[in-house]
Design a protein around this ligand. Sequence first.
Ligand SMILES: [Zn+2]
Length: 368
Amino acid sequence: MNIKQMLIAMGCVFLLSSCETISATSVRSLAMFSPENSQCYNRQRQSNYFAVDSHHHFQPFRGDAVPFNKLVNWAERAGVLFVNVYGIGQIYTRKSGCVGERGCYTHVIAPSIENDIKNANNYVKHGADKVHLTLSMTFADLHKPDTILANMALLEEEFGDLFRWMGEVNMVKAAHFDNGHQAVSMDTIAKWQPFMQVLQEKKTPLALHADLGDNEAPLRYLPLLEEVLTRYPDNDIIWMHMGISKELSRIDPSLHIRTMQKLFARYKNLKVDLSWRILYDYYFSFPTVNSQYVEFINAHAERFLPGSDFVASKNKRFADYKEEVDINSRVLASLDDNAFRRIALGQNYFDLLELPYRAPEICTTASP
Ligand SMILES: [Zn+2]
């Protein structure tokens, strides 16, 4: 008897829709990702959602966050069992009556260590049994590289080796140009050396928000990313959102794919993050465009990581998180079995962080 049949036998038949929700998500548990697990994953019957949310902001831009325990519970309910706990790369308050992103904030946007400390304190206090959490350092101001090592040391002194990721940190984010942010310069990138050295030694990936360009010049900022990749070839770099942003809603997919292909060929430690719903809205929701990307992702399956880019401001509900997981998982449903296992079921993530987990094999027609 499978779980659905069992629930129906227990009387859930009158509540079939809620029973379906329970059966779709409760089949995932950390045990499924143990190296000892020999049960295959049936893509026809089991969830197409990613099991790893490598891009989850537990702290919002302003105001209070959804409580930590709730966020962990929401992940579990959505079948997301591995989560990167991000703060946020910028905090600000909004000018009253101002609508939108540009020019609406009361001070120059800059990251702060406060959110990372809040996340770590919550983690120490509440823990998480059923979901594996990786804490991330979001404080790093890439314009001020000489402040980074001291803050890394501060977190280490307070929390030991809890922080195993750095990001999302902003190298170039056009959405904030009117709020005092500007692209990090080539000269400054050269000065990252001391902290990049430590990240490399500790095998801590760096998750970079680096816009590829804008609709007028789609590759405008590519030289900056290339500068980082050339200077720091032994650091694991995760490129957020494939370089797409609201300012780059119309790059020709062939040019975008060719650009990523060249980067992959040149830089072995580059990975790409597939989070943020605009990827779906601007690109993956169009079937022909989607198939171009699916073919590309299948061919480079070891290079991608999944995520929601959820921002946990206190007015959000479980349905909001689930919607982000759903939208950001849609492209994954069309991937071949190898890519689905590596990306959605987390093998790339486990390899990158050397976690003691293993993504289950995908059932074939011959599987029992
Ligand atoms: Zn983000």
